[in-house]
Design a protein around this ligand. Structure first.
Ligand code: ADP
Length: 494
């Protein structure tokens, strides 16, 4: 039993220490940095302290000697007390040999006295005499074994070589000072480690908090709850991530909504003609089968409903082909104005029978490179929508305009228009505006999705300007090209 509990605990501990998490990484980085800092401090104090101290102390002693020389040359009074003070405050041994006596100022802590340094002084003085320089110094190992000492000699008065200044200075730090320094280093190391651990902990918590929050919201979203809010408070980057996730969540919600709408619409669109076909077939069997006139009328309804079904399925296929880029365009150079005119003409019969007033405003011939059949489909769709959604105002304008290297096609109606909050969706497949549902106008919501696919394949610009209750202007714009040479010749021949 105890064994099981132990195993479980160690498993849990292993799971808790995730080496790639922000927390562990920050913590480890800080600890490594702190350890490195401490090691550098200890390395410097152990390996470089002595040599650094030696160099600095030698320079300082030589500077002190120069000060003493200047003072001696300027004024002999008070020199004694200056030398004594210098010797004791600098922990050095000063000896000045004047004509027949030696002035000794022993400031060394051990106060080893003139005898101890006699040998050093005699040797350096001999060296000074032998050399042609004003001063000379050498470093010797200290007999105490604790380090080296500096032995210095110079001519102290400007005129005579009888007066010699000798200085002996230990070049190793005072052991007490070294111990205090070591102790301080231990405290500093401890403080650096603790502070960096605390800092690392605080930083890692602060860094990971918004990310953990975002992860929790994302988990909620993945479970299907759409009303989650991503909060990236804290850092600019997490705030930006939260903004992007909120947008994605909104888009997902919208897509979800449309998906449901689409399924409802499609099943409705498919079900209505199927119900009609079934009920008319039953009617033929039960009632009108023997009456050729009535039977034919019922059969015509069935045929028209199957045609409607056929159109719907063809449109569905077109949209899916266009969306999967599974369409081969039959590119040619043709006059868009001429193609628009044939679209206009195809609606003339309807205009007369249904009381529509369709006006065609062409511009000069505008040649474009494109698939004539598909571009005709685009224009037909615009005009048939204008007819469908015109309402009581049956006045429609088809307008073409040409400017430098561009031709624009407009289909303008004065019908029900599109509400501003829905205008962005009319190009989505299966989308039908709310007003349209209310009025029960027949449609699949696929026409403009097909138009969008075709225009995108042609690299055309397109859009719609519309005001609810006032009408709509559906348009597209394409690059024009030069009139093809073959047509030139044909026309001349003709
Ligand atoms: P539908 O088969 O429903 O006409 P479309 O894709 O051609 O499908 O159009 C999508 C929706 O855009 C239509 O259902 C309608 O709500 C709106 N729409 C398109 N053309 C017009 C227009 N000229 N005036 C008002 N609304 C329009």
């Amino acid at each position: 039993m105890a064994d099981h509990t132990g195993k479980r605990a160690s498993k849990r501990a292993r799971r808790r220490i995730d080496t790639s998490s922000i927390k562990t990484t920050t913590l480890l980085s800080f600890v490594v940095f702190a350890l490195f800092l401490v090691m550098v401090l200890w390395g410097l104090s152990n390996f470089f302290l002595n040599s650094f101290y030696e160099r600095a102390r030698s320079q300082e002693v030589i500077r002190t000697a120069e000060t003493l020389e200047t003072q001696f040359r300027q004024n002999n009074f008070g020199f004694g007390s200056l030398a004594l003070q210098t010797a004791s405050s600098n922990n050095i041994y000063i000896r000045i040999d004047v004509t027949d006596e030696a002035l000794i100022f022993d400031g060394t802590r051990e106060a080893e006295g003139s005898d101890t340094f006699e040998e050093d002084i005699n040797r350096i003085k001999a060296k000074l005499e032998a050399s042609a320089t004003e001063s000379i110094s050498e470093t010797r190992r200290d007999p105490s074994g604790m380090g080296s000492r500096l032995v210095y000699a110079s001519y102290i008065s400007a005129s005579s070589t009888d007066n010699v200044l000798c200085i002996i200075a230990p070049l190793y730090p005072d052991p007490v000072t070294v111990r205090i320094l070591r102790d301080m280093l231990i405290y500093i190391s401890f403080i650096v480690l603790v502070v960096s651990l605390l800092l690392a902990f605080a930083l890692s918590v602060r860094l990971s908090a918004p990310i953990e929050k975002l992860t929790r919201s994302a988990t909620e979203l993945s479970k299907g709850s759409h009303d989650v809010y991503f909060d990236g408070a804290g850092f600019t980057e997490t705030k930006e991530l939260a903004r992007a996730l909120n947008k994605a969540s909104y888009e997902m919600e919208r897509t979800d909504f449309y998906q449901r709408e689409i399924i409802a619409n499609v099943s409705h669109d498919l079900k209505t003609p199927l119900t009609m076909i079934r009920s008319y077939a039953e009617k033929i069997i039960d009632i009108t089968g023997d009456n050729p006139e009535k039977r034919n009328a019922d059969l015509n309804v069935i045929i028209s409903e199957t045609e409607h079904l056929n159109r719907l399925v063809t449109d569905m296929l077109s949209v899916s082909n266009l969306q999967s880029n599974n369409v081969v365009l039959n590119m040619e150079t043709f006059d868009l104005v001429e193609a628009a005119e044939s679209v206009y003409e195809s609606f003339l019969a309807l205009a007369t029978s249904e009381g529509f007033e369709i006006h065609f405003h062409p511009c000069k011939p505008a040649y474009i490179v494109g698939d004539r059949t598909r571009m005709t489909q685009v224009m037909t769709n615009f005009v048939s929508n204008a007819v469908k959604y015109s309402g009581d105002n049956k006045y429609i304008d088809i307008r073409l305009s040409k400017s430098s290297k561009k031709v624009t096609f407009h289909c303008i109606d004065h019908g029900m228009g599109i509400p501003s909050d829905e205008i962005g969706h009319v190009w989505d497949k299966y989308y039908r505006t709310s007003a349209n549902h209310e009025r029960g106008i027949e449609g699949t919501g696929l026409g403009l999705a097909i138009v969008k696919g075709i225009l995108n394949l042609h690299g055309a610009k397109y859009g719609v300007e519309s005001e609810e209750g006032k009408g709509s202007d559906f348009w597209f714009e394409m690059e024009t090209v030069k009139k093809p040479a073959a047509e030139d010749t044909e026309k001349k021949d003709g």
